[in-house]
Design a protein around this ligand. Structure first.
Ligand code: SF4
Length: 217
């Protein structure tokens, strides 16, 4: 029997939040299927029981009491912005100081595929201002056709999705303290072009190894 699903889990010195298993993409490099929804010993299969902000913060407070962490990261096996309001509520409660002993100035990061504006049909970045310190956007390529191949967006996000991700990055650069465009290493991706695009959008760049091959990423 699979162990109890984890709402929060540790990696390195951060605490990660598994808000949802819902995702508008099916990235070729996603390990959720090959790793059977397990992430380094944590079962991230929520089985449809998505956690409330109170459950997330309850878990985070208990983790902090056991051992403080350097940042709270919305990530998991799913796209966190599919639960935008729950994510923002968690961040708001931390920022208001009502999640003690978690400090209200704790760094809060969002790892995302950047499709939130497309999913919600509006620019959601202003809603994150003052709440999210850092956003890492999994852009992966400078080529729109290759973006479709690598991110494998579901309908209705295929048409125009790449442009919406770029728009999300541009908007984030204007309003959020740190914006990083990320790419998973792949021989077929033109990394100089990717770096050039990320720079033009105003984002920092992070290239990461394929997860199965990484050494303690
Ligand atoms: S965005 Fe994340 S969870 Fe969704 S398919 Fe890609 S890697 Fe997997």
């Amino acid at each position: 029997m699979a162990p109890t699903p984890k709402i929060v889990y540790r990696y390195r010195d951060a605490l990660y939040v598994n808000l949802t298993n819902s995702c508008p993409t099916a990235c070729v490099f996603c390990v959720k299927n090959s790793w059977k929804m397990d992430y380094r010993g944590s079962n991230l299969n929520l089985g449809g029981a998505e956690p409330s902000p109170a459950e997330v913060l309850g878990g985070a407070k208990a983790e902090w009491a056991a051992s403080p962490f350097s940042e709270l990261v919305f990530c998991g096996y799913g796209e966190p912005t599919m639960r935008l309001e729950a994510m923002l509520t968690c961040a708001r409660i931390v920022r208001s100081g009502r999640a003690a002993p978690i400090p209200q100035n704790l760094r809060i990061r969002l790892n995302t595929n950047g499709l939130a504006n497309a999913v919600w049909g509006r620019n959601v970045v202003p809603e994150m201002k003052g709440l999210i310190d850092s956003v890492h956007v999994s852009l992966n390529t400078a080529d729109p056709g290759q973006w479709l191949e690598r991110m494998r967006p579901l309908e209705p996000w295929r048409a125009g999705g790449f442009e919406k991700v770029k728009e999300f990055i541009r908007e984030s650069v204007m309003l959020l303290p740190e914006v990083v465009a990320t790419a998973v290493e792949a021989p077929e991706v033109d990394m100089p072009k990717f770096r050039e695009l990320a720079g033009a959008l105003g984002a920092e760049v992070r290239i990461r190894p394929v997860l199965e091959e990484e050494a303690g990423l």
